[in-house]
Design a protein around this ligand. Structure first.
Ligand SMILES: Cc1cc2nc3c(=O)[nH]c(=O)nc-3n(C[C@H](O)[C@H](O)[C@H](O)COP(=O)(O)O)c2cc1C
Length: 393
């Protein structure tokens, strides 16, 4: 099994991708997930209507200055010429890949016949993809669903159109537009799509563990997996899944001290990205997701969503991982080990757990920062002979 995914002339270091999620996969979260092993992370969708690009929300979504290579901008729209022009501007802003959104079922997008609503209009899909591919010289990818409704699973037809238009990879969420997020993702149609095209297919939908990723890859024959909701509050999942795909074994879970530092780094990046006031509001939901994933008491989650300042949020994180001065674990810290124990499936992990649990409190763990420094190097190595080198910006 090869460990990386290739999109056109770009070779990625892995085959576990972060799914674009509006309101979640912002620049700080993308960067964190990339550091934790995600091979690629597209921006939250931006409208192709450039009259909206002046808003603070769009400006933040399209800011790529600190983005690890390769940078993927996702665009949503329904006008071929407008999408083509937006794609050109996104490339000028630094995009290395343009991703077109035909997967979003949100009403706001669908009322304008964009997102997954386009799946019902194959001719329009063709015009859009032809226009965008012709407009830019970076790879164009497509994010789609399996079809419009369970009765109209025309994913294979759309996939063939995309390939004929020059699209370089497809990410397929295993639900139809009508299914929204209900029921389970089904992988049979993704398999049919994979069988219909030669370009790489990325399977998406309900992947929340290494075992589920293997299951999705086996059922679909896809080249890679994309993880969305399960990454919230446990960005280290990317390394776990990639490790199992690459070597058959998951790397050890990060120690409690490493997780604490990862959360600190994440919060700090959020405050810097949005400014303190908005940042605190954005950070609340991430704190709630970390609490959920670490199985902390409901009370911690409730406190997280009521925090008003950055200081309060950092203090909450600190208190979850701290030991009492008399050496006993705090109530929260005593609960934390359950998470690691439930993930420890062999002696090596248990030893690591025993050595690291709470021994490191107070000693900053450099792993997140060291990994940030390594990202661009990984990008360089990932380039194939003859492909464009990332430009210094
Ligand atoms: C809150 C939220 C926002 C999303 N925003 C986008 C988006 O901007 N663009 C897109 O293509 N898909 C979007 N999606 C869909 C995800 O990319 C993904 O296809 C879906 O969540 C299924 O994957 P999962 O089961 O791993 O979460 C969004 C999903 C969620 C939950």
């Amino acid at each position: 099994m090869s460990s990386g995914l290739r999109i056109g002339r770009l070779a990625l270091p892995g085959r576990v991708l972060l799914a674009p999620m509006a309101g979640i996969s912002d620049a700080p979260f993308r960067r964190l997930c990339r550091v934790q092993g995600a091979a690629l992370a597209a921006t939250e969708m931006a409208s192709s209507d450039r009259s909206l690009w002046g808003s603070r929300k769009s400006r933040l979504r399209l800011r790529l200055d600190d983005e690890p290579w390769p940078r993927v901008v996702q665009l949503a729209g329904s006008e071929p010429a407008q999408l083509a022009r937006a794609a050109q501007l996104a490339v000028e802003l630094g995009a290395d890949i343009i991703d077109i959104n035909m997967g979003c079922p949100a009403k706001k997008v669908c009322r304008r016949a964009a997102g997954s609503a386009l799946l019902r209009e194959p001719r329009l899909v063709q015009r859009i993809l032809q226009a965008v591919v012709a407009a830019v010289d970076v790879p164009v990818t497509l994010k789609m669903r399996t079809g419009w409704s369970p009765a109209e699973r025309n994913g294979p037809q759309i996939a063939r159109i995309a390939e004929d238009c020059g699209v370089q990879a497809l990410a397929v969420h295993g639900r139809t537009r009508a299914c929204a997020f209900r029921g389970h993702a089904e992988y049979a149609t993704i398999h049919a799509i994979k069988s219909a095209v030669r370009i790489p297919v990325i399977a998406n939908g309900d992947i929340n563990s290494p075992a589920k990723a293997i299951d999705a890859l086996e059922q679909t024959g896809a080249d890679a997996v994309m993880i969305g909701r399960a990454a919230r509050g446990q960005p280290w999942l990317f390394a776990q899944v990639q490790g199992v795909l690459e070597t058959g074994r998951a790397p050890p879970l990060p120690s409690p001290a490493a997780v604490r530092d990862m959360i600190r780094v994440h919060l700090d990046a959020i405050y810097r990205w949005y400014g303190a006031a908005s940042g605190v509001r954005v950070a609340r939901k991430h704190l709630a997701w970390y609490s959920e994933q670490l199985a902390l008491p409901a009370e911690i989650r409730q406190r997280a969503v009521r925090t008003e300042t950055a200081g309060e949020q950092m203090q909450l994180v600190e208190s979850c991982f701290a030991r009492r001065s008399n050496g006993e674990d705090s109530a929260t810290a005593a609960i934390l080990p359950r998470y690691w124990q439930s993930g420890a499936d062999d002696n090596q992990q248990k030893n690591q757990y025993a050595q690291e649990t709470f021994q490191n409190v107070g000693e900053p763990d450099q792993r997140p920062q060291a990994a940030v420094a390594g990202l661009h190097r990984r990008g360089d190595q990932a380039l194939l002979p003859g492909s464009e080198r990332p430009q210094a910006r």
